[in-house]
Every structure is written in structure tokens, then in C-alpha cells.
Design a protein around this ligand. Sequence first.
Ligand code: ADP
Ligand code: MG
Length: 315
Amino acid sequence: MGTAPGEFEIIRDFFASAPVGEGVALGIGDDCALLQAPASGQLATSMDTLVAGRHFPADADPAAIAARALRVNLSDLAAMNARPLWFTLALTLPDSDAVWLRKFADGLLQTAAQFGVSLVGGDTTAGPLSITIQVIGHTESPLRRDRAGPGDHVYVSGPLGAAAAALPVVLGEQRVNADVQLQCERAFYYPEPQFPVAAAIAELASAALDISDGLLADLGHICESSGVSADIHLERLAVSPLAQTLAAEKAMALATGGGDDYQLCFTVPQQRVADLDQLGLKVTAIGTLIEGSTGVRCWHNGNPWSPAVTGYQHF
Ligand code: ADP
Ligand code: MG
């Protein structure tokens, strides 16, 4: 293998060796992959693009970029309570660099093995560094955004704010010690898709999504899709210790407005709350849904609270 493999060598040497997983009748190498859909339930599919300079620094560790690209896609499957099956990869590279590609492919296929999802195809082009992954999963019991109702309780699956607090460190704008640096890289590049929580709440929750744009923005999406509003009490919210360490006075703003944590936000009807409590999950109840179109209203120790940041939008 040379140091600047051509397009077909890239596919052959780095990606075509991906292990063939469950339901793959024909994998990488033909015009299409052939996939066997499970006999019942539904397929769930989603796609996310990561662009260098916008979603990650261009000189970041290729294995970490790959992990993040796949994990954020897997998080969408988790948010729908779908089991991951397959994914495709559209890779745009500024140049052909065998060392970079080896690290990227190893990180990608290691993450794929960890979550039981197999690479079944893709596209390889030259251009500014960008990674698009499409995932396909299967669900018998999907969690949607549009089934919440007034009176439902609102939950978050874990602490928020770590990834947003980590961003300036990851971008090299804030210097920290080696231990904190590592925590930041983990928070930003290795978000944990919340499959176990999703599976546990699938029969109880009225709505769910993963928090990619910020709690207030994403809860706003549930409200809009379901035609309800929300009152949330921020003193109940679990704020990440990393956010508290890195940005003490801004920690609440990051936990409510910063994205990229990929925890779940979900709602449970009042009459199922006792069943949820029985599961003993480490989730936090942060408020309730109400009728009307006031959107998401925040309270802090009984006082109205206004967000400083309202979630990320590209345009
Ligand atoms: P075509 O010209 O028919 O579109 P390509 O030459 O683009 O096919 O790709 C050849 C095969 O390699 C296809 O099976 C395609 O899905 C796969 N492939 C191309 N790029 C990638 C990639 N980055 N990762 C995984 N599979 C890829
Ligand atoms: Mg073709």
C-alpha cells in the first residue's frame, strides 16, 4: 500500500474489509448493498454530516472524528428505540493520506463493532473534509416526538452541559490539565447513545428525542410536534460536573442551551410515572407539559429564568 491510495484502493484497503453483519445479503463492492429487513416492525433511518471546521477541528484525531460521526447517528436510532443494523459512509477527503485513513477506519470499525452495526456501502470523493453517515435500524416499538400530552412529566436521561463546556477545550481555545483535557475529548467525541434508557422507557414514554441542539430547543421540538407547552424547573436539572468545573457561572446556560450531549429528553403520562419510578433509572424529572402554545418556560427556585443561549441552528 502506497502513502496516497487511489479511490478504489481506499475503498478496498480501508472499508471493504468491514465485517459483514446480520441481515447483509450483499455488502460493499456492488452498485448497492442487499439487506434483509426483519419480518415485522419498522426500519428506522437517519443521516448526519460532520464538516471539518464546523463540527470538529480539521486536525483532530481521525479515530475520534470517526467515533463521533457514527455515535451521533446511533444516538438518533437510540432516540427512536431502534436497534442499529447497518450504516453507509460518504467520505469527502482533501487528500489521500493512508495514515489518516488507517486511524479513521480503525476508529470507525471499532465503534461499529461495539454497537453491533455493520458498514454496507458508501461513497468516496475529493473535497473539503466531511463525513456523512446514514444509519438504518429496526424497531418494534418506536419512540416519537409527537405523542406527548398535557400533564405528562418531562425527564432528562443524564447530566447536561459537558459537551458544550468541552468545546473551547477541544478547539484549543481553553487550556486545561491533561486529565480535564481527556474528559473534554471523551465528552465531545464519544457521546453515549442512550439505548438502554430508550429500551426501558419504550412502553411508558409518550415522546422522546435525543438532545443534540440543546435541552430548550429540543424540548421545544417535542412541544411543537405534540401541540403542547412545558414548564421546567432548572434547580432539578442535573448539570454536568465538567461544565461546573470549566464554566462555573455559565454551567446552567450550557446545560440548557448547549448541544451535543446526546442524552434523551422524554415525557411520561402521569398515570405511568409510578411504573417509571419502579425501573430505578438514573433519570431526572424536570417539569411538566401544559396546554397551550407558550413554548418552553423555565423556572429556577420559583423565579422565571431566561436562557442566555437557545440552541444551535446552522442558518
Ligand atoms: P458506484 O460507482 O457504482 O457508485 P463506487 O465506486 O462509488 O460505486 O463504490 C464501489 C463500492 O464501494 C460500493 O459498494 C460502495 O457502496 C462502496 N463504497 C464506496 N465508498 C465507500 C466508503 N467510503 N465506505 C464504504 N463503502 C464504500
Ligand atoms: Mg454503480
